[in-house]
Ligand binder design. Structure first.
Ligand code: HEC
Ligand SMILES: [Ca+2]
Ligand SMILES: [Ca+2]
Ligand SMILES: [Ca+2]
Length: 289
């Protein structure tokens, strides 16, 4: 559970695939239509101290739009510090979580979102979903009944009625700008995203790891190990074409399979230290049962 939480805590957040100007314009429209009374744009994390934990991550992959390259790019940022024993720990700084667009509260959404539950009760109360990544969120609504962003906005009623009416009353240009803004709040593939990992301020097109060219610099956790994974690299396949193989050639060292508590002589997934029969496949087979 701890590792699962740790992993999710460090997952890069959805990004906005557009210029800062267009983001500001979209956020302003959300404000003027009253959307942000529920879809709160940003959340502020207080720094460590006075009852707060601060940012508990040790790194962040910040993802922003590079307008000249017309693409999203990542940037690995160190959020760690060392404690008195020299061990790595989160620096616990404050952090502005931008573009969440949710208050994480429940609201009465009226007829449009009504649903009959198993007990026969009609429920119209739903929690405001974060809108980050919403452009990739097809289909929309908790029930997935909206096939367009416009449709899910028009289903808003109840506590959101006046906000819905403001959207309907807006000019076609404003409506289009708002929908464009929402669709640019997107997800992306974390591992293939071009990203500056070594902190030199640039995304290399031939990122070298362990002396091998890995292609475009990107966030591959295996290359951040204490002993980074060395890939096979370019080789000629049976058709005579050159392809880049990402197969690891130092898997044992990179994954620490030779560490004292991980050595597994008979390859049965039980390390020798807890294997009742360390040279025969199986936990006890042939030894103690
Ligand atoms: C009264 C609070 C409230 C207001 C105001 C409001 N919303 Fe929502 N919004 C919600 C809730 C709650 C849901 C979830 C409905 C559901 O459960 O399907 C939602 C869902 C959405 C979704 C679908 C998200 C998804 O992942 O499926 C979008 C898009 C959206 N709202 C945009 C807007 C826009 C744009 C405005 C302003 C015009 C707005 N909302 C105003 C509360 C609100
Ligand atoms: Ca770099
Ligand atoms: Ca074993
Ligand atoms: Ca065994």
């Amino acid at each position: 559970m701890d590792y699962g939480e740790w992993f999710m805590l460090h997952l890069p957040q959805p990004a906005y695939a557009g210029t800062r100007g267009s983001y500001r314009q979209g956020a302003d429209l959300m404000r003027s239509m009253g959307c942000i009374s529920c879809h709160t744009p940003d959340w502020k994390l207080q720094p460590k101290g006075q009852g707060y934990d601060g940012d508990r991550r040790v790194f962040e992959l910040a993802v922003n739009w590079n307008n000249s390259a017309a693409r999203l790019e990542g940037e690995l940022r160190d959020l760690s510090t060392t404690d008195a024993n020299g061990d790595l720990e989160p620096a616990g700084r404050g952090y502005l979580i931008k573009g969440v667009f949710s208050d994480f509260r429940h609201h009465d959404m009226g007829e449009g979102f009504a649903e009959v539950d198993f007990g026969g009760n009609i429920n119209t109360v739903w929690r405001t979903p974060p809108l980050w990544g919403v452009g990739t969120g097809f289909p929309w609504g908790h029930d997935g009944q909206s096939l367009t962003l416009e449709d899910v906005i028009l289903r808003h009623g109840g506590d959101a009625q006046s906000s819905r009416d403001a959207f309907v009353a807006a000019s076609p240009q404003e409506q289009a700008a708002l929908l464009r803004f929402l669709s640019k709040n997107c997800l992306y593939d974390i591992e293939s995203l071009p990203a500056d990992i070594d902190g030199d301020g640039a995304v290399s097109t031939n990122f070298m790891v362990q002396g091998v060219d890995t292609g475009t610099e990107r966030f591959n956790a295996e290359w951040l190990f204490r002993v980074p994974l060395k890939i096979q690299g370019m080789y000629q396949n049976t058709d005579g074409d050159f392809v880049r193989s990402f197969a690891g050639v130092n898997r044992v060292q990179a994954y620490g399979e030779d560490l004292p508590f991980r050595i597994d002589t008979d390859n049965d997934c039980w390390p020798d230290v807890i294997d009742g029969c360390p040279t025969t496949a199986g936990l006890k087979d042939g030894c103690n049962n």
